[in-house]
Design a protein around this ligand. Structure first.
Ligand code: C5P
Length: 234
């Protein structure tokens, strides 16, 4: 396949082919901050800065589109400029749901893009190796690839407060971002509706998605304690 084991810019005449979409338009109410989650401080900078900087520095990513909360488009662009992130090509106003935000950002990704990597701004600690793993999997013929972690706890299905089933945890994974997809597959899938991640949309559209090892440091920041934990790793 064209993009297999290829780092950005290594195939001439192909243009910009691996695009990253950063979903940063959530309100982050659970953090209890005045500003949206992507603009809560992580060290000296807004949370959004860490993942954008890492995507900018990644050898696997050619260009970046950010979906920002309404009214925060300009601060997002200014932040990218301040960080010297020349790969940031556009910043769109996000939608009411994550899937809608991704849909709006994808409209800024050119038709000739080959691969789209979607990442949650709420997961600032983005290791280059995870990008490498999801993108390498696409080169092996999958429509999509997601990072996953095994589950240590026992998982039960409940109805109200009644336990109705104990699930086989060996067949379950916890899924993170970055999630990588063939661009045309993701474009079709996001037209189909809602989901808490992009993979669920692609699965529903009949796409073949594989899971690769994730990273515990890709924790999704939802509470102050998680923010402090990620801060301690920087
Ligand atoms: O709310 P949730 O935890 O699913 O958010 C995951 C990611 O999706 C976050 O980075 C958040 O900013 C983003 N998001 C978005 N647009 C929304 C809701 C969430 O871009 N409307």
């Amino acid at each position: 396949m064209l993009f297999a084991h290829r780092k950005s810019g290594h195939i001439t005449g192909q243009g910009t082919s691996t695009w990253a979409v950063v979903a940063a338009a959530g309100s982050g109410e659970r953090l209890g901050a005045e500003q949206p989650k992507a603009f809560v401080r992580l060290g000296e900078l807004p949370l959004l800065a860490e993942s954008v900087r890492r995507l900018e520095e990644s050898a696997w990513v050619d260009a970046i589109v950010i979906a920002a909360p309404p009214g925060w488009e300009e601060p997002a662009i200014l932040l990218a400029e301040e960080l010297g992130c020349g790969k940031v090509s556009a910043c769109v106003t996000g939608g009411a749901t994550r899937a809608e935000s991704v849909r709006l950002a994808l409209a800024e990704v050119p038709e000739d893009a080959v691969v789209v990597v979607v990442h949650d701004a709420a997961r600032p600690f983005l290791p280059e190796e995870v990008l490498e793993r999801v993108l390498t999997a696409l080169g092996e013929g999958w429509d999509g690839a997601v990072p996953g972690l095994p589950i240590a706890d026992t998982v039960k299905r409940v109805e109200g407060d009644r336990v109705v089933e104990t699930l086989d945890r060996s067949a379950l994974v916890i899924v993170q971002t970055p999630q990588a997809f063939l661009a045309p597959v993701l474009r079709r899938a996001v037209e189909l509706g809602e989901g808490t991640d992009c993979s669920s949309l692609v699965e529903r559209a009949g796409g073949r998605v594989t899971v690769v090892p994730g990273d515990p440091r890709l924790v999704k920041v939802t509470t102050k304690a998680e923010l402090e934990l990620v801060e301690s790793w920087l």
